[in-house]
Design a protein around this ligand. Structure first.
Ligand code: MSP
Length: 522
């Protein structure tokens, strides 16, 4: 039996009706960073993502494309999986809500809650936003439009099943108050308490009878189960809940982290706990909300026609640069603006000038001063350098453990900037001129390689390809991307070698590039 600690984290499952844009990618990239970090720290990680494949808007999209809904979603799922591959998202489970195991578990759960009286039949009358697949009361609407996406809502009147969410109102409130870290950031927690729990919860409509594409209520086939009820349950059905093979459920539930965009916190921190309470199941440990990627002052979304295609960006700049940019530019938890100029500037300044330059300077000096190989030198320990590295590592870990990932990335780059300054201070070109300083010079270059090794570990969760490329330049293999050796200095072999290599990142002519991007957009 493994004595590793388990860690279960999830992204929302993606609606299957459109090409995903860079805003969607943000949630998954953040989850991938946290998963890679936790794996590196020795956790037994399950990272779940997937697709939300039912509902009215998918039925409509399929019809528009003259396709059966199942064929339509199959095609989109392939595209989504390809995108995650392109972005190096290393998930452990990909859950589809059309998976028969999920379907049968959801039906069993629905029936169980009906039998226990937590689901009952009635009539729904109110408003519905099809793009958001969300019910609203008249008082929720803003200028008669959807309060979440601003689009038209439809008056809906149909026979429906309801979930007794109101019954769990006090218990949910009590749980949120007792567990101040359950919803983060705190501003979201306050919003949930003040805007939803205090005014009082209403029962939630959990079936639709006016269209077809969904999981059927098996004892009343006129009804399909409301897409959000179906979708939220994926977090437990993916682990085998209500299936013969539920070992993962026993091992990994409750989830350590549900990562969600800010507009779906209510579903995750109020509706989901209500359903779990009704099932008598433990609640997840944390709902962590992130902000939106904004473009021209608005949320990036297909309906606004302002989307940025991740594939084009990856093709032009490489996946690590895109991942770096999104995390560095958007302070995690807050909204952040996407713009091409900022992206190219980050590549030129942070990746070319800071990181790329440190690597090529270190490599170049080993080649120039030692012909590419430093042998037989005596390592002179520099405690000050070691302390700086260990301090940065400690702060980085604290930030990562608190999910302050943008700040952790900045910390990692502090080490890179420090190393560049260290070169300027030591002035190795002077040491080279002095034949008695050869050992000092060798030891200094060894320090730089060690700093690079540590930096590689720190940036690895964010930029999974770059560390390998850096280490290769010094004939070091991937085993050096090892968290356990972060508390040591002097890990690399004392026979330091460097080989002629391509530049890690190439400077971009910003004005020319912006012009080209403009043409692509046209
Ligand atoms: N299907 C539901 C989730 C069900 S989970 C039980 C859903 N899907 S979604 O495709 O619309 O959104 C998936 C994720 O992408 C959400 O976390 C959402 O916040 C995120 N983003 C979509 N547009 C975004 C931006 N412009 N910026 C940042 N994230 C955004 O919601």
């Amino acid at each position: 039996m493994s004595d590793k600690k388990n860690f279960y984290l999830t992204t929302p499952i993606y609606f299957c009706n459109a090409n995903l844009h860079i805003g969607h990618c943000y949630t998954t990239i953040v989850a991938d960073i946290i998963a890679r970090y936790k794996k590196m720290r020795g956790y037994n990680v399950k990272f779940l993502t997937g697709t939300d494949e039912h509902g009215q808007k998918i039925e409509i999209s399929a019809k528009k494309n003259n396709m059966q809904p199942q064929d339509f979603v199959d095609g989109i799922v392939e595209q989504i999986k390809n995108l995650w591959d392109l972005l190096d998202v290393d998930y452990d489970i990909f859950m589809r809500t059309t998976d028969p195991k999920h379907v049968s578990a959801v039906q069993k759960i629905f029936r169980q809650l009906y039998d226990s009286g937590d689901i009952y039949k009635s009539n729904y009358e109110g408003w519905y936003c099809t793009p958001c697949e969300t019910f609203f009361n008249e008082r929720d609407l803003i200028n008669n439009k959807c309060p979440d996406c601003g689009r038209e809502v439809e008056k809906t009147q149909e026979e429906a099943y309801f979930f007794r969410l109101s019954k769990y109102q006090d218990k949910i409130m009590e749980f949120i108050k007792k567990n101040p870290d359950f919803i983060e950031p705190a501003s979201k927690r306050r919003e949930m308490i003040n805007n939803f729990l205090k005014p009082g919860l209403e029962d939630l409509c959990v079936s639709r009878s006016s269209f077809d594409w969904g999981i059927k209520v098996d004892f009343d086939e006129k009804h399909v189960i409301y897409v959000w009820f179906d979708a939220l349950l994926n977090y437990i059905t993916a682990l085998g809940f209500m299936n013969e093979n539920n070992l993962d459920y026993e091992k990994f539930w409750p989830a350590d982290l549900h990562l969600v965009g800010k507009e779906i916190v209510r579903f995750h921190s109020i509706v989901w706990p209500g359903i779990l309470m009704a099932l008598g199941i433990k609640l997840p440990k944390k709902i962590l909300s992130h902000g939106w990627i904004i473009i021209d002052g608005e949320k990036m979304s297909k309906s606004k026609g302002n989307v940025v295609d991740p594939k084009i960006l990856i093709e032009r700049y490489g996946v690590d640069a895109i991942r770096y940019f999104l995390i560095r530019e958007i302070n995690f938890g807050q909204d952040g603006t996407f713009n091409n100029r900022a992206l190219v500037n980050r590549i030129n300044f942070d990746l070319v000038n800071d990181l790329g330059n440190l690597v090529s300077r270190t490599n170049g000096m080993i080649q120039k001063y030692f012909g590419g190989e430093i042998k037989n030198f005596e390592f002179i320990r520099n405690e000050q350098i070691e302390k700086i590295c260990f301090d940065i590592v400690e702060k980085y870990n604290n930030l990562m453990d608190e999910y302050k990932i943008s700040e952790a990335l900045v910390k990692a780059f502090e080490l890179i900037c420090f190393a560049n300054k260290y070169i300027d201070e030591v002035k190795p070109w002077n040491l080279f001129k002095n034949t008695t300083k050869k050992n000092e010079l060798a030891s200094f270059l060894y320090d730089l390689v060690e700093i690079l090794r540590i930096a590689c570990v720190l940036i690895y969760p964010f930029m999974p390809n770059t560390p390998k490329k850096i280490l290769e330049q010094f004939y070091l293999d991937e085993s050096y991307i090892n968290f356990d050796s972060l508390d040591k200095f002097g890990v690399c072999n004392k026979n330091v070698r460097a080989k002629k290599s391509d530049l890690l990142f190439v400077r971009i002519d910003i004005e020319k590039e912006l012009e080209e991007l403009k043409n692509i957009k046209k």
